[in-house]
Every structure is written in structure tokens, then in C-alpha cells.
Design a protein around this ligand. Sequence first.
Ligand SMILES: [Ca+2]
Ligand SMILES: [Ca+2]
Length: 231
Amino acid sequence: MAMKRKAFYDALRPTLGAITQANVVGFELVLDEAAKRRTPIHDLAYILATSWWESGKTMQPVREAYWLSEDWRRKNLRYFPFYGRGLVQLTWEDNYGRVGGFYGIDLVSNPDKAMEPGLSVRILFDGMEQGWFTGKSLNDYIDGVDEDDAEDLREYANARRIVNGTDRQIEIGRLALMFEGALTSAGYTASMQPDDPGIEPVDQQPRISRGAIIAIFLGVAIAAALFFVPR
Ligand SMILES: [Ca+2]
Ligand SMILES: [Ca+2]
């Protein structure tokens, strides 16, 4: 079943106001990536809130202090040219090196690659899932259980630490709650297929659950124990 994207955008307007074509392009990339990854709805709500906020409400990759010139960045940012770029800002040479290594891309020779929309979206998801920005990740804060708004807002507000401490954590948390509502009204589920025919279908193999792994491990351990019991 495809996500009802019109319902998603209709649900955003009361809070975000007019949605520009550039916003839609950015939202579509994030929604397609989520469909490919089968991102759980609460994680996706917080990823959307973060990318909206960190991109200066554009949903396009931005340069740090994008309203100022490259010359200003050269003179004022001590980590130049490895200043922040992307939907969530990648900063410092070490981080460009590590993240580039993850994708097999030389970001140190060409940091502007982090401005490419497709790569920026992957950095947004992988970075928040794996804790690249601060060491904290989505799993540290978001339990994946749909609770009342007060509890889910508490989780979203704490999740700000994935990117930037407690900076504007309530405001961004409320945005996440709004995105969660929009995703729900659009019928989003984590098992949803990408509705863009240009996207490779995700593979259908069921993931082995942690419970199954523990059960197999225990079974092997018990069999081994029985085998070695002296008779
Ligand atoms: Ca929850
Ligand atoms: Ca909820």
C-alpha cells in the first residue's frame, strides 16, 4: 500500500504554512528513504522534524551560516573548509573522513559532496540511527511505542541530544509530534513500499528477531551442556 502523500502535506500546512516545491522535493527524498529502510514511524517523525529545523525550514541541504559568504566562512570558521553541510550539518575534517569512509566516498578532498541531496539524506538517516553527530542515536530516546502526546513529546524532546544538546528541544519535539500525526493521517507504516516506481523494491526477507537469536543460542547451549554431561 502506498502512503497517501497528499494527506501528509495537507496535515503539515496548519503548522508549517505554505509548502514550497523545494520543500516537497526534500520531503519526498526523506519519505522515499524511509520506505526503503522501513523506518519506524516515531523515528521518521523525529528525522523529519530535525531535517526541517536544521535545514532552516527548506528541506534542502544547507551550508553552515548559509546566509553569509564563503569568504566569511573562510575567515571565521576554524574548521574551514570542513564547515557544516547537509540536512544535518556534518562538521570537522575527522567527521568528513569517517563518514566518507562509511560510504566509500572521498569527502575530505571534496567536502561539497555532502551537499548532494541523495547523500545528504543518507547521512541524515545513518547519522541519527548510528549516533554520528553526538554519540547519541534514535534508539537512545525513542522507544517505538505509541503513547500519549505528553510521553511521546518527552521522548522527542530528549532526542534533541542526537544532534545538539537541549537547544530548542521542546519546539522541535512539538514539530515531531506534528509530523507523527501527518504520517499517521497519510497511513504511513514501516512496512510500506516505496510508491515511486523508480525505486528498487525493498527485499522481502523477514528479519530474524532478537528473541529468535536468543532462542537459537539457548538451544545450542542446552544441547552442548547435555552432550558434555558426564554419563
Ligand atoms: Ca513512545
Ligand atoms: Ca503518539
